[in-house]
Design a protein. Sequence first.
Length: 437
Amino acid sequence: MRIAMIGTGYVGLVSGTCLADFGHHVTCVDKDAAKIGALEQGVMPIFEPGLGQLVARNAAAGRLAFTTELAAAVRDAEAVFIAVGTPSRRGDGHADLSYVYGAAREIAGQISGPTVVVTKSTVPVGTGDEVERIVREVAPEATAWVVSNPEFLREGAAIEDFKHPDRIVIGAEDDEAAEIMREVYRPLYLNKAPLLITSRRTAELIKYAANAFLATKITFINEIADLCEAVGGEIQDVARGIGLDGRIGSKFLHAGPGYGGSCFPKDTLALLKTAEDAHAPLRIVEAVVKVNDARKRAMGRKVIRALGDEPRGKIVALLGLAFKPNTDDMRDAPSLSIVQALEDVGVTVRGYDPESMEQARPLMPNVELCANPYEAAAGADAVVLVTEWDALRALDLKRLAATMRQKVLVDLRNIYPPEEVEEGGLEWHGIGRPARS
């Protein structure tokens, strides 16, 4: 099939490349000429393991192309995916759908044959109805269908998620559109990936409901971690004990500094706004958002307490700045709130991350970014593990301690057992365990 992917951000680039790898002919479109030029040279705009190699292979095979010209890409396509951004709108927190609607209007003006217009972007319930209205208004004679096909990609594991999905959700109001989408995903369907055909509004809601539920699991275990610290429990054992229950499952039960990234923060907020407009408030999700926001700042206070009575003038090294490992995404990363809390009390902050240093630089202008963990720790009073990168799981703790001043390790991901930290000559502070005397 011939497919056009409008938008070469995280979702569009990964999805378009994987569809090309299935054998489809995919043209990725973006208005940013510099980004398109870089992609044509094999330079990726994001860090995603394996993506560069997959792009190069499919471009060389003639199945994947990049352009700024939407018209030609759409005219030749049987399916056109909208994968543009839907950031939180300033002022009210609703999803900003201007890019989606703008893309729909441009696409409608170029449709020349039977075409499925697929909303891949994460959008509130009812967005597909408005996209369809726009298409009908601009191209009343066109044979076109509007479908919702939400993505479920984890940053850092997106290619694996696309090629081996838990499910493929297609929201279609027409049998013809559903059949075309089956053909798009036929390689996965033949491998018995669950294909769920629903109404368009149901598909839109599935995406938000899934993200809100996962955000709830993260926030729940973080609050249980606080209770463990207060009453003498061990959060990792608690998480294991409840995660073995098949009704609950072990995923997303790892206590930490709170969720961030491109999806959970904006999607939970957008879902709340949708519920508010529908007069169906989601009290649990409201609490999740408030608790998660508070937790990030609370992690800064945890570090400050570990520094002792007078934190001003002390030095803290943050290891791991991106919101999760295997990505360079700094959006709503817990490190941002931790840095702000530390700088507010006069602490000097250094930072290190394997991939997100350039993205972090403008967001943390006063933070000294270092070449490696040991450079960041030299002369520091505390080292704080914020993101669980593999590169940070096997640090030489004795080497760290030898160059530090106060010799405090605050492990916000529970990477290292307290005994191992103390054997390395460091004072341990972690998540979900009572303080050690």
